[in-house]
Design a binder for this molecule. Structure first.
Ligand code: PFF
Length: 458
C-alpha cells in the first residue's frame, strides 16, 4: 500500500523495520552488561518473562492503534481519545526526541571505535579503560562522528518509508545477523570460552531481587522500542491485511534472540581473556578491546571491526525509527514536507544532544549535572532517567489504560482481526485483553511508583 503518507511494501518490510528499531544499542551494548551485573542466566529468565507477558501485548496495542488511525502518536491519540489524550502522544514524541539526542552520541562512539579499529591505531594503547575515558571526553572526535551518524540517519529517513527505512533495514538486519553468528563461532573456539557460556547460561537465583526484576522490565521496554509511540508510527504504515499478532511476535522473537546471541558473543570473548563480566557500560568499549588486542592484528581488525560495524548497524536501524516519530508528527499535523521535517528535527535533536556529549569530562557542568541516588549524575544519566527509565513504562501504563477505558478492547480486537480472521473469540484474544486491562496497568503502575521512590526518595 502506498498512500500519500507512504507505507511498507509488505509484511516482511514492516517486520524488518520494526525489528530494526527494536534491535539496537539496547541489545548489544546494554543487555550483556546489565545481564553481567545481575546474575547472568537468572536475569535472562526474568527478562524473557517480561518480554512475553507485558511487552508483546503492549506492542500489539501500539501497532493496532497506529494502523487504525494511520497517524503519528499525537494524531492517533487525538483521533481516538480527544485533546487530553493527544498530550500522551505528544509526550511520547518528546521522549523519542530526547532518547535520540543521547542515543546518537553513543552511536557516534561506536562509529569512532570502528574507524580506529580498522585503521589499527587503537591497538597501540595498553590501558583501554583510560583510553575510553579520554575518548568520550574528547569532544572533537565525538562531534565529528555523531554528526556523520545523524546525517546518515536523516538521509535514510528523508528517503521515506519504503526506499529509506524499509530498504535499509532489509539489508542491515540480515548482515547484522551474519556478523553476530560469525563472531560467536569464532569466540567459542577460544580457550576458556566455555566459562563465559556457563556464566551466561547457568542461573544464579540468589542475585534476583526487586531491583533486578524491575531493571529487567525497563530493559524490556527500551529494547522493544515500546512506550513512546515508535510502533504506533510504524504501525500506521502497514497494510490492513497484515496479521499484527504475527508481525509483533516475529519482532519480539527477533529482538530477544539478538539480545540473547549478543551475550553469547560477548561473554566467551570476555572470559577467554579473564576480563570481568560486570564491567558495566564499558563492557564493550573496554573489556572487549582488551580481548581484541590479544589477537594477531589482522584478526583483531576483522573481528573487532566486525563487532563495531555490527553495533553501528544495530544503532542505525534504531535511530531512523526514533527520528521518524517526530518527522511523521510534523508531516501529518503541521503539513511540513518530509525534507523540511527531517532537516529541522535532525538539527534540533543534534543540538539537544550536545550537553550529553559534553558530559563526560569536556564540560564540568554537564559532567556533574545533578546529585541524586547518592552520586553526581551526568547530563546523559538525567536524560536517560527521565525519558527512558521513568517515561517508557509510564507510556506503556498510559497506553494500556487508554485501550482499556477509552478505546476499549473491543475496538482493539476489531483492528487486530483485520488480517487475522480467527482472532475474534480465540484464546489469544482473551489473553491479550486480560493482560492489557488488568496486568499491564497493575505491573506498570507499580513499577512507575517504585522507580520514582527509588530515584528520588530513597
Ligand atoms: N530498541 C532500541 C534499542 O534496544 O537500542 C532503542 C529504541 C529505539 C527505543 C527506538 C525506542 C525507540 F523508539
Amino acid at each position: 500500500m502506498e498512500s500519500k503518507r507512504g507505507g511498507f511494501s509488505s509484511k516482511l518490510g514492516f517486520v524488518a523495520a520494526a525489528a530494526g528499531s527494536a534491535v539496537g544499542l539496547g541489545n548489544i551494548w546494554q543487555f550483556p552488561y546489565v545481564t553481567g551485573e545481575n546474575g547472568g542466566a537468572a536475569f535472562l529468565l526474568v527478562y524473557a518473562l517480561w518480554i512475553f507477558l507485558i511487552g508483546l501485548p503492549i506492542m500489539v496495542g501500539e501497532i493496532a492503534i497506529g494502523r487504525n488511525t494511520q497517524s503519528n502518536p499525537f494524531g492517533a491519540f487525538k483521533k481516538l481519545g480527544g485533546k487530553a489524550w493527544a498530550l500522551v502522544g505528544l509526550f511520547g514524541i518528546i521522549c523519542g526526541v530526547m532518547i535520540l539526542s543521547f542515543y546518537n552520541v553513543v552511536s557516534g562512539w561506536a562509529f569512532g571505535y570502528f574507524i580506529q579499529i580498522v585503521s589499527g591505531d587503537i591497538f597501540e594503547e595498553s590501558n583501554f579503560s583510560s583510553y575510553f575515558s579520554n575518548y568520550v571526553a574528547n569532544y572533537e572526535d565525538n562531534l565529528m562522528y555523531s554528526i556523520v551518524f545523524m546525517v546518515i540517519t536523516a538521509f535514510i529517513v528523508y528517503k521515506g518509508i519504503k526506499k529509506g527505512i524499509e530498504g535499509t533495514s532489509k539489508i542491515l538486519m540480515p548482515t547484522l545477523f551474519l556478523i553476530l553468528i560469525a563472531i560467536i563461532i569464532y569466540g567459542l573456539t577460544l580457550p576458556n570460552a566455555i566459562d563465559g557460556v556457563k556464566f551466561y547460561l547457568l542461573p544464579d537465583f540468589s542475585l534476583i531481587n526487586g531491583a533486578t526484576i524491575y531493571s529487567a522490565l525497563g530493559q524490556a521496554f527500551f529494547s522493544l522500542s515500546l512506550g513512546m509511540g515508535a510502533l504506533i508510527t510504524y504501525g500506521s504504515y502497514i497494510g490492513k491485511n497484515d496479521n499484527i499478532v504475527n508481525s509483533a511476535t516475529l519482532v519480539t522473537i527477533t529482538d530477544s534472540m539478538v539480545a540473547f546471541l549478543a551475550g553469547l558473543m560477548i561473554f566467551p570473548l570476555v572470559f577467554s581473556q579473564g576480563q570481568s563480566p560486570s564491567e558495566g557500560p564499558g563492557l564493550v568499549f573496554v573489556a572487549l578491546l582488551g580481548v581484541f588486542k590479544t589477537m594477531p592484528l589482522i584478526i583483531a581488525k576483522i573481528v573487532g571491526g566486525g563487532f563495531f560495524l555490527l553495533l553501528c548497524f544495530a544503532a542505525l536501524t534504531s535511530t531512523i525509527s526514533l527520528l521518524e516519530v517526530p518527522v511523521s508528527f510534523l508531516i501529518d499535523e503541521k503539513k511540513w514536507s518530509r525534507i523540511k521535517a527531517v532537516s529541522v528535527m535532525a538539527v534540533i535533536i543534534f543540538i539537544i544532544g550536545l550537553p550529553s556529549m559534553l558530559g563526560f569530562g569536556a564540560v564540568d557542568l554537564f559532567t556533574e549535572f545533578v546529585y541524586y541516588e547518592g552520586e553526581y549524575k551526568t547530563f546523559m544519566d538525567v536524560v536517560q532517567d527521565i525519558f527512558f527509565v521513568i517515561s517508557l513504562p509510564l507510556g506503556g501504563l498510559l497506553l494500556s489504560i487508554f485501550i482499556a477505558w477509552q478505546w476499549k478492547v473491543k475496538s482493539l480486537s476489531n483492528e487486530v482481526s483485520n488480517g487475522y480472521s480467527k482472532y475474534s473469540g480465540s484464546l489469544l484474544e482473551k489473553y491479550f485483553n486480560f493482560m492489557i486491562v488488568y496486568i499491564c496497568p497493575l505491573v506498570l503502575g507499580m513499577m512507575f511508583v517504585l522507580t520514582i521512590l527509588q530515584k528520588f526518595f530513597a
